[in-house]
Design a binder for this molecule. Sequence first.
Ligand SMILES: Cc1ncc(COP(=O)(O)O)c(C=O)c1O
Length: 387
Amino acid sequence: MKLAKNLERLGTESAFKILAEAKKLESDGKKIIHLGIGQPDFKTPKHIVEATKKALDDGHHGYVLSNGTIDCRKAVTRKIKSLYNVDIDPERVIIMPGGKPIIYYAISLFGEQGSEIIYPDPGFPIYESMINYTGAKAVPINMLESKDFSINPEKILSLINENTRLLIINNPNNPTGAFTEKSKMDQLAIGLKKFPHVAILSDEIYSRQIYDQKKMPTFFNYPDLYDRLIVLDGWSKAYSMTGWRLGWSVWPEQFVEHINKFCTNNHSCVNAAVQFGGIAALDGPDDFIIMVMKEFAERRKIIFEGLNNIKGIECSLPGGAFYAFPKVIETGMNGQEFAKKCLHEAGVAIVPGTAFGKKAVDYVRFSFAASQNDISKALEKIRKMLV
Ligand SMILES: Cc1ncc(COP(=O)(O)O)c(C=O)c1O
């Protein structure tokens, strides 16, 4: 049998591999604290579950529109209006089975031999994987250059050439937890006006998870870019719905037809009943998000102080999401070695920085989607492991 050459270029998301390894150790009787996988450790709010159950009871069992039900798309535009005071035509909204397919489709629009796509490194591993798969050149933005891992607009703009077709930005960022302020995003948006041949994929999946009362510096702030702006967001992280597979995206009018074809070819439509849950989430109160962020803020303090109090570990304060991304090289181990030792000796599952790109050799990612007690215990175990 001969397999397609492109397969050799397809990457993966190692956080899932680490989860499998940790689960295996658990089934062998070892106690593991999970700080690896990037999903909130809360149940989906009840009113969302109830709306979905009702939709099933009411008989919403069939195919629906491939771009999402009009009610769900309108709920997305209402939320965008209430969050950012921007009016978006629901025909530009496409409901997806999670945020991930949005990355796949956006990259598929532009990726081919000879084209270049700029992406954050370290970053969500699917960007680089998909760029490579299409045969395009993956051009990394070195996110480790600034101490707080925030975006450097000038550096990003300097990577653009005539072959650049797409720029991927992720703010707040996975895996670093970095948050880039609006002033820098403004600078980037102004700079991008000089490059009308470059489309933008703004991955805003952590838009509702920002600390210190700061506002989301969304790309929706720049109407001048709307004819080449793709926004990725969704329910997974904000409403603890990672397993529901529900995401939303906004596309320039000119791309909608192509993306609709991708949807029809791949998944036909998103689960009808789940879209009712999605509407309930967006139209419902934000109490859940406020409660989660209060809790995450406490955990951020514990992990930030705890990691910096361990000799050899240096961690910047995460400004968003629920990740800490410390440098661990001064412990005498690189990120890979450190993560392996943590899992097997301390019983703490974390992810090596290189799971998010080649540059992050000296780093590891901690997800603080675990109880304060578990985080404190994990820190203590790591401290003991290092003496
Ligand atoms: C930056 C980023 N984008 C997109 C996604 C995909 O989200 P979903 O689970 O909705 O597919 C993730 C998930 O971890 C992520 O971290």
